[in-house]
Design a protein around this ligand. Structure first.
Ligand code: ADP
Ligand code: XPO
Ligand code: MG
Length: 568
C-alpha cells in the first residue's frame, strides 16, 4: 500500500486560488478584504455587517461537529468539519466552514496543528499553524500589557487599594510551558516591583480569547475588555481593566484580531478560521463573528467544538448559542475505532500499540462512551449523526460493528467517513445523512440544559449530572465562598463554563467509558465578566499544559529553502 503522504506534502501539492477570486462568488469583493498575502485575508467590518444583514433573511443550516472522549491525539473533529464542508459543496449545497485557529502550544506539543489533515485541510496549513495573521500574538501582547499595567499600579502606589494576594489576572504565553504554571514576580528589590505569586496561562485560556470569540464588533470588544476583572481590593470589590486604564491600549492591540480570517480548503471551500479557545480550559469554539459572517455567505455552516461533546458541544449549546442566539440543526458526533478501543480496553495512559492489536470486541466494549455522548446530545433536541472517521488500519468488521450499533441499538443515523483519505469523495454518505438530519430538524425542539435564572449551583449540578454522569457535586476549597461572591456581584444569571479534563467524561482522567457512582469536585468558581460567563474549575484542570519529554517539536525542521518537515 502506498504510504499516505504527510499533511504538509498534500498541502504543498495543492494549487490554491488567490483568496480574492475564491471568495468572490460567496459575496466578498476586493475591498471587503484586508490581505495577508495571496491566500489569506481578514474580513473587514463593513463586509461583516453586510453579510450579517444578508443572513437575516436566509434559512440557516447550522451543523456542529463534536466527538466522543478522544485519545490524546484527537479523533478527527476538525478533519470531519473541513471534510463535511467540502462534501456538502461537492453534492451541490453551498456550505461554509468555521473552525478555530491553532495555538502553538499543541502544535509543538502532542496534538499538532488544528488545520485538519489528509485531503481535508485548510490551507496554507503551515501559515495557519504557525503565525497565521498574528491573532494569538496580539492576544498574548494585550493580555500581558494588562498584567504589566496592573503590576505597575501595585508596585508604584495606586489609589485602587489592590489586595496583592487577590490578583486574578495572570500572565499569558502561547506555548505549553509547565515551568511557568506557578511563578513569583516582582523580585529584585526596590526597582523590581512588589514580590508576589503569579502564574502563566496558555493564551487560548485567556479571558481575552473568550471575549474576542463572543464580541460582535470592535466597540463591543472594547466594552467587554473594560469589564474584565483583574484583581480585588482590600474590601473584596472588583478591580477592572478600566480601573487600571488599560481598556484602550489593550483593545488597540486587538484592532485586527477581531476581524475573522478567511482561507480555503484543499478542495476550494472557503473557511473562516478565527479565535482559538480550548474546550477543556475555556469554551472551545471559534468566534461568533465568524459564524455570523459565514451565515451570510452560504446555506450551511459546519463548525466544530473542542474535545468531547461533554466539553465543546455542551458549551456550544449552553453558552455560545445562548449568547449568539443560534440554533443548531444537526450535530455530527465523531467516533473512531481507536477511541472506542481506548475506552473498551479501559486504558490510562493510552497504549496505541495495544489499541492497534485489539479486535472488534474491544471496539464493542468501548460503546459505553459513545452511547453516553449520543444520548447526551439528544437532550438538546438536535438530530445526531454519528460519523465513523475511518483511520488507515481500521477493518471493515470494526467499522460495520460501530455503524450497526448506532443504527440498531442507539437508533441514530451513522455513516462511515473517509474524508481524511479521500476528501469529499469520502464524505458523501455522511453529507447525505447530515442533509436529511437538518431537513428533519425542528428548531422548536432545541433546548439548552439550564435557564439564566437557575442558580449557579443548579447550573453546575445540571451539567455534572446530565452530561458528565455524576451523582452529585461536591465543593472544595473556597468554591462556595466564590459562589456567594458571584451572587453578590450579580453574576448569578451568567452561564457556566466548566474547566475539566478532556480525557474522561468524569473529572478523573483515568476513568474511561461512562463512569458512574462518582461526584464532581468543584474547587473554584471565578467570573469572566468581559465574556459574560462564570468558569468552574474541577479537580485537575490545567490552564497551562506542559510538553512531553519528547514533544512533536523534536521531529520538526526547516531546510535552507524554507521547506518544513514534521508539522502536522
Ligand atoms: N481518518 C484519519 N486518518 C488518519 N489520521 C487522521 C484521521 N482523522 C484525523 N486524523 C489525524 O488525527 C489528528 C487529530 O485530528 P483532528 O481533526 O485535529 O482531531 P480533533 O479536532 O478532534 O482534535 C490529526 O493529526 C489528524 O490529521
Ligand atoms: O479544544 C480542543 O479542540 P480539539 O478537540 O479540536 O483539539
Ligand atoms: Mg480540532
Amino acid at each position: 500500500q502506498e504510504p499516505i503522504p504527510t499533511d504538509y506534502d498534500i498541502a504543498q501539492s495543492t494549487d490554491m486560488e488567490p483568496i480574492w477570486e475564491l471568495v468572490e462568488p460567496w459575496g466578498l469583493g476586493l475591498d471587503d478584504l484586508q490581505y495577508f498575502g495571496e491566500y489569506t485575508a481578514k474580513v473587514k467590518q463593513h463586509a461583516i455587517e453586510r453579510l450579517r444583514e444578508q443572513a437575516e433573511d436566509k434559512e440557516q443550516n447550522l451543523v456542529l461537529v463534536t466527538g466522543m472522549t478522544p485519545t490524546p491525539k484527537g479523533e478527527g473533529k476538525t478533519v470531519t468539519t473541513v471534510g463535511l464542508g467540502q462534501t456538502l459543496n461537492h453534492v451541490g449545497e453551498e456550505a461554509m466552514i468555521a473552525i478555530r485557529e491553532p495555538s502553538l502550544g499543541p502544535v509543538f506539543g502532542v496534538k499538532g496543528g488544528a488545520a485538519g489533515g489528509g485531503r481535508s485541510q485548510v490551507l496554507p496549513m503551515e501559515d495557519i499553524n504557525l503565525h497565521f495573521t498574528g491573532d494569538l500574538h496580539a492576544l498574548t501582547s494585550a493580555h500581558n500589557l494588562i498584567a504589566a499595567m496592573l503590576d505597575a499600579k501595585i508596585s508604584q502606589g495606586d489609589d485602587l487599594d489592590i489586595d496583592i494576594n487577590n490578583v486574578s489576572w495572570p500572565r499569558a504565553i502561547d506555548m505549553n510551558d509547565r515551568a511557568l504554571r506557578e511563578t513569583v514576580v516582582g523580585l529584585g528589590g526596590k526597582t523590581g516591583g512588589t514580590p508576589r505569586e503569579d502564574s502563566f496561562l496558555l493564551t487560548a485560556a485567556s479571558e481575552l480569547m473568550a471575549v474576542l470569540c463572543l464580541a460582535s464588533d470592535l466597540g463591543d470588544l472594547k466594552e467587554r475588555v473594560s469589564r474584565i476583572i483583574v484583581a480585588y481590593n482590600e474590601d473584596g470589590d472588583p478591580v477592572t481593566v478600566d480601573d487600571i486604564e488599560a481598556t484602550g491600549p489593550a483593545t488597540m492591540l486587538l484592532r485586527d484580531a477581531i476581524k475573522p480570517n478567511v482561507v480555503q480548503t484543499i478542495e476550494g471551500t472557503p473557511a473562516l478560521v478565527h479565535g482559538g479557545p480550548f474546550a477543556n480550559i475555556a469554551h472551545g469554539t471559534n468566534s461568533l463573528v465568524a459564524d455570523k459572517t459565514a451565515f451570510g455567505m452560504g446555506d450551511y455552516l459546519v463548525t466544530e467544538a473542542g474535545f468531547g461533546s461533554d466539553l465543546g458541544a455542551e458549551k456550544f449549546m449552553d453558552v455560545v448559542c445562548r449568547k449568539g442566539d443560534m440554533t443548531p440543526n444537526a450535530v455530527v458526533l465523531v467516533a473512531s475505532v481507536r477511541a472506542l478501543k481506548y475506552h473498551g480496553l479501559d486504558q490510562w495512559p493510552v497504549d496505541y500499540d495495544e489499541i492497534d492489536e485489539a479486535g472488534v470486541e474491544a471496539v464493542e466494549a468501548g460503546f459505553s462512551n459513545l452511547d453516553k455522548h449520543a444520548t447526551n446530545l439528544q437532550k438538546f433536541g438536535v438530530p445526531v449523526v454519528v460519523s465513523v472517521n475511518r483511520f488507515p488500519d481500521d477493518t471493515d468488521e470494526e467499522i460495520q460493528a460501530v455503524l450497526d450499533h448506532c443504527r440498531e441499538d442507539l437508533g441514530v443515523r451513522a455513516a462511515e467517513s473517509n474524508v481524511f483519505s479521500d476528501g469529499s469523495e469520502g464524505g458523501v454518505d455522511l453529507a447525505e445523512n447530515v442533509i436529511e438530519a437538518t431537513e428533519e430538524s425542528n428548531e422548536e425542539d432545541f433546548r439548552m440544559l439550564y435557564d439564566d435564572e437557575d442558580s449557579i449551583k443548579e447550573k453546575i449540578h445540571t451539567v455534572a449530572t446530565e452530561i458528565y454522569g455524576a451523582d452529585d457535586v461536591k465543593y472544595t476549597g473556597g468554591a462556595l465562598d466564590d459562589i456567594e461572591q458571584m451572587n453578590d456581584l450579580d453574576f448569578d444569571d451568567y452561564p457556566v463554563v466548566m474547566s475539566k479534563t478532556f480525557h474522561s467524561l468524569s473529572d478523573d482522567a483515568s476513568q474511561k467509558g461512562a463512569p458512574e457512582g462518582w461526584e464532581l469536585e468543584i474547587s473554584e468558581v471565578y467570573p469572566s465578566a468581559g465574556a459574560g460567563f462564570l468558569v468552574a474549575l474541577t479537580a485537575d484542570a490545567l490552564t497551562m499544559p506542559g510538553l512531553p519529554a519528547r514533544p512533536a517539536a523534536a521531529d520538526m525542521d526547516i531546510d535552507e529553502d524554507g521547506n518544513i518537515s514534521g508539522l502536522f
